[in-house]
Ligand binder design. Structure first.
Ligand SMILES: Cc1cc2nc3c(=O)[nH]c(=O)nc-3n(C[C@H](O)[C@H](O)[C@H](O)COP(=O)(O)OP(=O)(O)OC[C@H]3O[C@@H](n4cnc5c(N)ncnc54)[C@H](O)[C@@H]3O)c2cc1C
Length: 475
């Protein structure tokens, strides 16, 4: 059932078994799973069905450290950021969920085996076809590139775009008809208070200050990778005995400007360059787990994008490049405590909630991962006779940051750890401090690998929905 807090007849009090805060990829997936579960589910969504500038402005914030668009990287409306995501999906590699001795704070408290059944469900719901993410078609390294100990540096991996990316639009009908799930639009959740160690009730408000209270047995924060942390911090440091809320912020080190591969002829027919059914082989190869371990680097994928190179990347001189392929990289970033979201108590949004401040930092290993991957890829392309590589002069030292921008995968700010001193939620996404408060989304990622996050967010959301059905006695 769909309801709107802006409606004149909207009640001032709502009761439910389970209250999910946020109707983006995570909130919608959970609600979908709980249809017919016997649980009375209430989903609180800050926005409406359309983009509303005043609502979106609640996402504004400040940045220091590396550049990040805290307002452009997410959408505050029904369907959340899936209203403009690109839909590329794949599971996190098993090896990157495990502890890696050389990556500080690595190792999720859950393994691939815990996620796999839910990845399969996600694959079905996102209409991704057969669950096989081992390879990207027939893309493989075009020439050997080996580590000093002889392990392959690159390997192929699978990633696919969903044909149904707008999760709000695809689930609106299903949620309208659901007997046990209500979605309340224009319900901005205000900072949360705890009574007797639990969340008993919360307050929601429209921009016009129409308010209501919501009581539930269990609450789930599903507001996205930045906002989950902001909500907890603004709620008097809720669930933060570890001091990890807001810390360990990560996104992928993303660049389409790592260099340009110039094919030997005007166009090369190699699979490295060929677009497949309209899909560019942009992420065709990644660093192998053996190379990660031996060279003490992290996950990184690399490929080329078959489109014209921008003028800014064309080298000067008579042999100017007209046809070439920008390299695209997607690198993992170390979870650093000093890379963090905090609040600006002196600057508040229209609801009176302090705006966020993001300070994204990266370390030497994050930089080295990108540098090593770009140089290895360039060497391999040259050796295979597939072209020459041009890295613009000012980037030839691969100094940091070189034309870096974030792909809008904010993660890590309420990280998962089985140790309450090192993380905010446990393996079930329950906060260590407040037994009836859960968090879901990429804010719970312990590390991010190189892979786009949303298929994992969907898998975690299915898993949490199943867990809560059991916890609330309905399974
Ligand atoms: C341009 C772009 C391209 C992308 N491409 C890809 C891609 O190809 N592959 C991929 O895997 N990922 C991609 N992403 C990331 C993807 O969109 C996110 O990972 C995903 O949407 C996160 O889901 P979520 O439910 O955690 O958060 P969101 O989808 O952001 O949903 C959060 C919801 O919470 C609501 N909310 C927030 N605060 C409150 C509050 N106080 N009260 C009530 N409700 C609230 C919001 O309105 C929103 O509906 C892309 C993102 C962008 C911006």
């Amino acid at each position: 059932m769909l309801l709107d807090l802006e409606s004149a007849d909207s009640p001032q009090r709502y009761d439910a078994d389970l209250c999910i805060i946020g109707a983006g990829a995570a909130g919608i997936t959970m609600s979908r799973r709980l249809i017919g579960s016997g649980l009375d589910v209430l989903v609180l969504e800050a926005g409406g069905f359309e983009f509303e500038p005043a609502t979106q402005d609640l996402y504004n914030g400040a940045v220091r450290g590396l550049y990040y668009s805290v307002v452009g990287s997410r959408l505050r409306r029904f369907g959340g950021t899936t209203n403009h995501w690109e839909g590329w999906c794949g599971p996190l590699p098993q090896t990157d969920l495990s502890p890696r001795a050389w990556v500080p704070r690595s190792g999720w408290p859950i393994g691939y085996g815990d996620l796999e059944p839910y990845y399969r469900l996600a694959c079905e719901v996102l209409e991704l076809g057969e669950y096989d993410f081992d390879t990207f078609g027939d893309i493989k390294p075009p020439a050997p590139s080996v580590t000093p100990k002889g392990a392959p540096f690159f390997e192929s991996f699978g990633i696919r775009p969903t044909p149904v990316p707008r999760l709000g639009a695809t689930h609106r009908g299903m949620l309208t008809e659901a007997g046990n799930v209500r979605v309340l639009l224009h319900a901005n959740v205000l900072p949360i208070a705890v009574e007797g160690g639990q969340v008993r009730q919360i307050t929601v408000s429209t921009l016009g200050k129409r308010q209501a209270t919501v009581r539930a047995k269990v609450f789930v924060l599903a507001c996205g990778g930045l906002e989950n942390a902001r909500m907890l911090l603004a709620s008097g440091n809720l669930a933060n005995s570890s001091d990890a809320v807001g810390r360990h912020f990560m996104d992928h080190t993303f660049s389409t400007f790592a260099g340009v591969v110039v094919p030997p002829n005007e166009y090369s027919d190699s699979p490295t360059y060929r677009a497949r059914e309209g899909i560019p082989p942009y992420s065709g190869l990644r660093v192998s787990p053996e190379a990660e371990k031996e060279l003490e680097i992290m996950a990184c994928s690399i490929g080329v994008i078959p489109h014209a190179i921008p003028d800014s990347l064309k080298p000067p001189g008579p042999r100017g490049i007209e046809i070439g392929f920008p390299m695209m990289i997607h690198g993992e970033c170390t979870p650093l405590p000093e890379s963090r979201v905090t609040l600006t108590p002196e600057i508040r949004d229209a609801m009176g909630t302090p705006r966020l401040m993001l300070d994204w930092r990266v370390d030497e290993m994050t930089q080295r991962t990108v540098r090593e991957t770009v140089l290895r890829y360039s060497g391999m392309i040259t050796r295979a006779g597939l072209g020459r590589v041009y890295i613009p002069q000012e980037q030839s030292e691969l100094e940091w940051p070189f034309a870096l921008y974030a792909p809008c995968h904010p993660a890590g700010t309420t990280r998962m750890s089985s140790d309450p001193k090192l993380g905010v939620v446990n393996a079930d996404c329950r906060t260590h401090d407040v037994p009836n408060l859960y968090v879901v989304g990429n804010s719970v990622f312990s590390t991010i690998s190189h892979m786009n996050p949303t298929m994992t967010i969907v898998a975690l959301s299915f898993r949490l929905a199943d867990h809560l059905q059991v916890a609330l006695g309905k399974k």
